[in-house]
Write a protein that binds this ligand. Structure first.
Ligand code: T46
Length: 181
């Protein structure tokens, strides 16, 4: 398992060891001790799974407020996503900055999104399925979002006309968002 740092402190790309043979492949998609040995010591309590039927679906940008903030470990088991993370820690030197990585069933890479970051993705293929672990339970009362195309962020999404939930169509801009990180 290899860890690749990004320009956002704490946001990490994880490359699992994949064992391929004539039958296909095997990999440990999560191994607590090996993660702990690499400093990734999280107590994940919930696994999430989403299917997006159409390419060009954007889910996000989402986060939960303290004390229910979540660290997420995201991977794709079918299709591909343009995965985006935004630093929303008010005192961070990279506040408002974002990164994007492609996670796919093919590259099997995973993204670690710590507390203090908003997360969202755009599907690059039809019928894309995303699995992710979180270390805090879902709390609707603490669930918040930021508008996907907030010009202050300038995220280079692969589509300008995405499929969005009604909720995500009405998310606030970063300057108006409720943040307590
Ligand atoms: C997140 C969540 C949702 N739900 C229920 C609430 C709604 O009735 C339904 C769909 O929720 P939502 O539209 O918020 O789902 P997504 O738009 O995929 O949200 C996710 O998208 C981005 C990419 C994220 O990083 C978050 O983990 C998560 O917010 O599932 C639950 O029951 N448990 C949960 O943990």
């Amino acid at each position: 398992m290899k860890i690749i740092e990004t320009k956002l402190d704490g946001v990490l790309l994880i490359e699992p060891d994949v064992f391929e043979d004539s039958r296909g492949f095997f990999m440990e998609s999560y191994h607590k001790r090996k993660c702990q040995e690499l400093g990734l010591d999280y107590d994940f309590v919930q696994d999430n799974h989403s299917l997006s039927v159409e390419a060009g679906t954007i889910r996000g940008l989402h986060y939960q407020l303290y004390p229910k903030a979540q660290t997420k470990m995201v991977r794709v088991v079918k299709g591909a996503i343009y995965d985006v993370v935004v630093d929303i820690r008010r005192h961070s030197s990279t506040f408002g900055q974002w990164i994007a990585v492609t996670l796919s069933a093919e590259n099997k890479q995973q993204l670690l999104v710590p507390e203090g970051f908003a997360h969202g993705f755009c599907t690059m293929e039809a019928n894309t399925e995303v699995l992710y672990k979180v270390d805090e339970f879902y709390s609707p009362e603490h669930d918040r979002g930021i508008l996907w195309n907030d010009h202050a962020l300038g995220i280079s999404w692969p589509t300008t006309n995405p499929i969005l939930s009604e909720k995500d169509k009405k998310q606030p801009k970063l300057k108006d968002a409720e943040i307590n990180f």
